[in-house]
Design a protein around this ligand. Structure first.
Ligand code: SAM
Length: 277
């Protein structure tokens, strides 16, 4: 036997290393290895890839990623209590798992990784959203990653994949869909986690497009979209007032009625407007 088969069940790992879940670190663990294998499969073909995993905890998803054949996994975990459990996994997969005890928001993982790179994580939701926005707004496109497979609160997952006309549609949908294909790959009830969180979760898979879906300057698009959705109930001529004296003309030139509200405007027209700013 090799790899995952030689490792103990996750409940035993948690008991042995005293990994009682800490709320302050957003710890809701996945202990069902069939489930973590399924999530790892959503990340695509890993055999030729390095995988960046943020927040491995006791290592359920890490084991899934390695069992799926990931060439190399870099796992960044803030909680030092998890390190012995992760070292056991590293020993079962010699040379394929590197563990960094660090805050993922404070380190640059790139020096540890060789492209192609995929990212997979079950992270606390606040850290996940912050990292997602960072990964979606790099200084240059295409980014260093090929795909992101990330667990989110169901409501956040819906905001990422939302279409115009829905309540969930906003800045996050535009940011994600402008330069990536995004879909909800799996839904998970609270009971899938130990301890169970209050709300349902979902895994979102994003694939980086080689270039943006429509041309636009990232900073201008970001600014227009932030303003537009900041006052999402207002008509755009009011919400964007102050951005330009002739904002109504620019809206019309972009194919947007000045009386439209942000949530009805699709990505293509937001990009057209950004090009006129
Ligand atoms: N991936 C594991 C699983 O699925 O069972 C653990 C998931 S738990 C929701 C989130 C993990 O992220 C915890 O192990 C926690 O210690 C870790 N974590 C929280 N904040 C972090 C940060 N800023 N950087 C790295 N890891 C972090």
């Amino acid at each position: 036997m090799s790899g995952i088969d030689t490792l103990p069940p996750l409940r035993a790992v948690i008991a042995e290393h005293g990994l009682s879940a800490r709320k302050s670190l957003g710890q809701n663990f996945l202990l069902d290895l069939n489930l973590t294998a399924k999530i790892a499969r959503q990340a695509g073909d890993l055999t030729q890839c390095d995988v960046l995993e943020i927040g491995p905890g006791p290592g359920g998803l890490t084991r899934g990623l390695l069992a799926q054949g990931a060439r190399h996994v870099l796992a960044i975990e803030k909680d030092a209590r998890c390190l012995p459990a992760l070292e056991e996994i590293a020993a079962a997969y010699p040379g394929r798992l590197e563990v960094l005890n660090a805050d993922a928001l404070a380190v640059d993982p790139l020096t540890h990784l060789t492209p192609p790179i995929r990212i997979a994580a079950n992270l606390p939701y606040n850290v996940g959203t912050e990292l997602l926005v960072r990964w979606l707004t790099p200084p240059e496109w295409p980014p260093f990653w090929q795909s992101l497979t990330l667990m989110f609160q169901r409501e956040v997952a819906e905001r990422i994949v939302a279409q115009p006309g829905s309540k969930a549609y906003g800045r996050l949908a535009i940011l994600a869909q402008w330069r990536a294909d995004a879909y909800i790959a799996m839904s998970l009830p609270p009971g899938a986690f130990t301890p169970p969180p209050k709300v349902s979760s979902a895994v979102v898979h994003l694939t980086a497009l080689p270039e943006p879906r429509f041309p636009a300057d990232p900073a201008k698009l970001e600014k227009v979209v932030a303003r537009a959705f900041n006052q999402r109930r207002k008509m755009l001529r009011a919400a964007l007032k102050g951005m330009a004296p002739d904002i109504e003309d620019r809206l019309i030139a972009a194919g947007i009625a000045p009386t439209d509200r942000a949530e009805t405007v699709d990505l293509e027209r937001f990009c057209a407007l950004a090009r006129l700013m």
